[in-house]
Design a protein around this ligand. Structure first.
Ligand SMILES: NC(=O)c1ccc[n+]([C@@H]2O[C@H](COP(=O)([O-])OP(=O)(O)OC[C@H]3O[C@@H](n4cnc5c(N)ncnc54)[C@H](OP(=O)(O)O)[C@@H]3O)[C@@H](O)[C@H]2O)c1
Length: 180
């Protein structure tokens, strides 16, 4: 099966993915960039339908449950070292080697695999060379502090810019291929 492992995160221009108080109001924007595109609800739904499986760290999972689950019934693999009870049927937990998770469990079953955070897990995927692409959506805001997207990655990684899309609400989406 052909597979793509995509890292997707939303960040502030100063590179944070979460505020210190976990407030998420900055993820929506009232900015107006007339040349930017706007996606209809139907276009967003069609795009999301193509995602076969989400992978996330346990902090992201717990925060998503608090906020109101945005992943529907799409299978979700939560990475944790703790024993956890699933709150939804679509959720499974995994503890162990991440390369083996990808090669033996996810890639044989799912084609379009999305890693949606958080920062801790994203860095592990890049260091282990498990991801093919990074899509980063930059919101028009400086948060001044919080959880950084990348602090010390400890490796250098070359990227190829595949696309840039600017949106009417001031968000800029940068799509990179990871050159492994
Ligand atoms: N802006 C965005 O697009 C975006 C996206 C995602 C998340 N976020 C936000 O970012 C914050 C969470 O990010 P985060 O970096 O703190 O946490 P995270 O990556 O979501 O979760 C970290 C946890 O994942 C587990 N984990 C990571 N690697 C593991 C491994 N190799 N083996 C076993 N378990 C492993 C550990 O769980 P245990 O401690 O349970 O063992 C670890 O404490 C939240 O506020 C969330 O809302 C923002």
């Amino acid at each position: 099966m052909e597979n793509t492992v995509t890292i997707h995160m939303v960040a502030s221009l100063d590179g944070f993915i979460a505020r210190k108080d976990n407030d998420i109001s900055w993820l929506t924007s009232n900015d107006d960039y007339p040349q930017g595109v706007t996606l209809s609800d139907a276009e967003i739904a069609t795009f999301l339908e193509r995602i076969d499986c989400y992978v996330m760290g346990s902090h992201t999972y717990e925060h998503a449950l608090e906020l109101g689950w945005p992943y529907g019934d799409t299978p979700v693999m939560v990475i944790t070292s703790r024993p956890m009870q699933p709150k939804r049927e679509s959720v499974q937990f995994y503890s162990g080697d991440l390369t083996s998770l990808l090669n033996n469990k996810l890639k044989p079953s799912y084609s379009n695999i999305w890693l949606v955070g958080g920062a801790m897990l994203v860095k592990e995927f890049i260091r282990l060379k498990l991801a093919d692409e990074i899509i980063i959506s930059i919101m028009p805001v400086l948060l001044g502090g919080g959880t950084p997207f990348f602090d010390e990655l400890d490796i250098e990684q070359s990227l190829h810019l595949k696309d840039v899309v600017s949106y009417r609400n001031g968000m800029v989406e940068l799509w990179y291929e990871i050159i492994n």
